[in-house]
Design a protein around this ligand. Sequence first.
Ligand code: KIV
Length: 267
Amino acid sequence: MERRKVTVQTIMGMKGKQRIAMITAYDYPMARLVDQAGIDGILVGDSMGMAVLGFENTLKVTLRDMLIHVAAVARAKPKALLIADMPFMTYETGVRDALRNASSSSGGRRAVKPEGGQEIFDVVNNLVKFGIPVMGHIGLNPQRVLSLGGFRMIGKTEEQAKKLIEDAKALQEAGAFAIVIEMVPASVAKAVTESVKIPTICIGAGPHCDGQILVIHDILGLTERPPSFAKKYVDLASIIRDAVTKYVSEVRGGEFPSTEYYKDIKS
Ligand code: KIV
């Protein structure tokens, strides 16, 4: 039976009924594969800055980068809900910029994910009001890595924990359809999840959220220094290295191409 398209409403309706599995993808082949695997949501995350562009954080990812990668992922025509990250400084400067940039970064047709809580209420509220679905992102906001002084856990103090709950409620009120909670103590993520009616999606925040999201390169073993909360499901780095080592050796040794690989090529 063909899988039905996952919509924002599908994701919202899953809270309390079925756990939500999301993953990042940044290109066409990976989007095809994760969609075939039955993923609920594909995030074209600005983690692409680190995962595929070689930057040390996400700050240099541009709207143009996002446009190219969202378009590539969209060409896979996934049944999963497609969400585009809003890069650093494409929404913080006001509602007008956010509206213009959200419609670009999302290719005009996707959900978007800016980072932040109460401070981006107006941005989220206006995006939703004009028809662009928003997934929130609280806890560790990697776009604030410089002011935070590194990628660190948020919500360890009572004050921070309370703020996270207020942030989640504000995003819900602004119209967000779901909220990513990144690197927060599990008990705090649980409290946040129980304080809102929209689904929460954890990354490094324990098992009590309504769903999980991870960076695809981390679970496939392609990241040099993956975060400790990411499970490696396969060591693709070794598989790729072994395959290419064999190819290099066969080309150098004259074993490839053998006749079977050029019998159809007319001279
Ligand atoms: O950019 C990204 O991949 C993200 C996830 C880590 C949630 O924001």
